[in-house]
Ligand binder design. Structure first.
Ligand SMILES: Cc1ncc(COP(=O)(O)O)c(C=O)c1O
Length: 427
């Protein structure tokens, strides 16, 4: 089997050829938002040229807009392996959607009911649940093992009990890149009759997701983190989308998923989302030979059909390629004087992380490091990236957080070498 090489797909990202003072830009800011594929740009332009309208009208552009929304729903249903398009809800971003759902779910909770959150999660999967404390809901926060920033599963298990109504947990951390064992956590939640709310914002750009296999009640992601436009997406089991009380305007549909979509959607963004799925499905088709034995059950039957399978192959190919990038980056960082990397660094455990790495370098603030890199056209984030809990837990919050190096499938080892050269020159 030839080594997996995803570099040819760089050609689909026009922004990757941007230069500053003759230096090609290196995008290591991906966990904050990825670059977009040309299929996305083309689809958004096409929407504005020929389909721009509101929904439900008797005329052509309105019909086309309806088709765009339907196509985006079925594209996302395939991407997440939902039971169907009716289980997909769109909104402006993950945070707004999570607040909307927490308010709706909160309406059904009583004083003394418990919700479990984690110290590792982005605040968008914490603050919406904390807001329910005003209803008397008790919030339990699960800790991490600070030495490698993995969730303390014993602590998780001990905090899920008969009073637990919902467990909110991230699939992958936007800080340390840790992939959490959400399947096990969902199982524990269901054992006590609790719901599981999975924040997959940082897993979606890096690996395959199957909401049915996970048995997730809800799973959220944002398409600007996986090569598309600024949009949030909720997968919800049909029974939940039908039954929880949605806050909505009276003339809007009472049927799910529409009842959750307040106001006019970002139609051009939904057109772009179909473009992302086209891009990913193309990768899946092109890499399918390498994965002919993957995604099959014990008897060899394929678990997915058509585009579902192409999307799973694409995301698995990215995961495999990016694991090599992680190994290369972590090995290089080890040689930098005064560096501390937080999270999983053991080369044997790279399957438990996405290629997002946070670090500090003695004598330099994270902002200074980000500025130094920016001066060489290397874009990377500093700060807490709203992963407030873990930054406080590690004592980094008062120190400006950490430098975050976040890669995607279009990054290369040559770009990592440029980064390492910059960091090696620090005194
Ligand atoms: C893990 C995680 N969850 C949630 C969010 C919030 O997503 P959005 O910007 O779509 O509200 C982010 C954004 O960085 C994130 O990384």
């Amino acid at each position: 089997m030839p080594p997996l090489d995803l570099r040819p797909y760089r050609a689909y990202f026009p922004s990757l050829s941007q230069e500053i003072d003759g230096k090609a830009v290196v995008y290591f800011d991906n966990p904050g938002g990825t670059q977009v594929a040309s299929q996305v740009i083309d689809a958004m332009v096409a929407y504005f040229r020929a389909a721009n309208a509101n929904t439900g009208g008797a005329f052509l552009t309105s019909h086309r807009t309806g088709e765009v929304i339907a196509n985006a729903r079925s594209a996302m249903a395939d991407f997440l392996h939902a039971g169907g398009p009716h289980e997909i809800v769109f909104g402006p971003n993950m945070t707004t959607l999570t607040f909307a759902f927490s308010r709706a779910i909160g309406k059904t909770l009583r004083e003394g009911d418990e919700i479990v959150v984690t110290v590792l999660d982005h605040d968008a999967n914490v603050a919406p649940w904390l807001a329910l404390q005003e209803r008397g809901v008790v919030i339990r926060t699960v800790d991490v093992h600070p030495e490698n920033i993995t969730l303390d599963m014993e602590d998780m298990r001990s905090k899920i009990n008969e009073r637990t109504k919902l467990v909110a947990v991230g699939y992958a951390s936007n800080a340390s890149g840790t992939i959490n064992d959400v399947a096990t956590i969902i199982g524990w939640a269901h054992k006590v009759g609790a719901l599981a709310w999975i924040d997959a914002v940082q897993l979606a750009p890096h690996g395959p997701i199957d909401v049915q296999q996970l048995d997730a009640d809800f799973l959220v992601c944002s398409s600007y983190k996986f090569f598309g436009p600024h949009l949030g997406i909720v997968y919800g089991k049909a029974e939940h989308l039908d039954n929880f009380p949605a806050y909505k305007v009276r003339p809007a549909s009472n049927l799910a998923p529409d009842r959750w979509e307040t106001g006019t959607l970002n139609h051009e963004g939904l057109a772009g989302l179909v473009g992302v799925i086209d891009y990913l499905a193309m990768i899946g088709r092109e890499q399918s030979a390498l994965y002919s034995h993957a995604f099959r059950d014990a008897s060899g039957e394929s678990l997915y059909t058509g585009r579902q399978r192409d999307l799973k192959v694409a995301m698995q190919a990215m995961m495999d390629y990016e694991r090599e990038l992680s190994a290369y980056l972590l090995a290089g960082l080890r040689e930098i004087r005064g560096i501390q990397v937080y999270g999983i660094t053991d080369p044997r455990q790279l399957a438990q992380r996405v290629p997002t790495v946070i670090c500090s370098i003695a004598g330099h603030t994270p902002r200074e490091l980000a500025e130094l890199l920016a001066a060489s056209a290397i874009f990377a984030w500093d700060g807490n990236y709203y992963a407030l809990g873990i930054m406080q837990r590690l004592g980094l919050e008062e120190r400006g957080g950490a430098l975050r190096l976040g890669m995607a499938h279009y990054n290369t080892t040559i770009e990592i070498d440029r980064l390492l050269t910059c960091l090696e020159q620090l005194d």
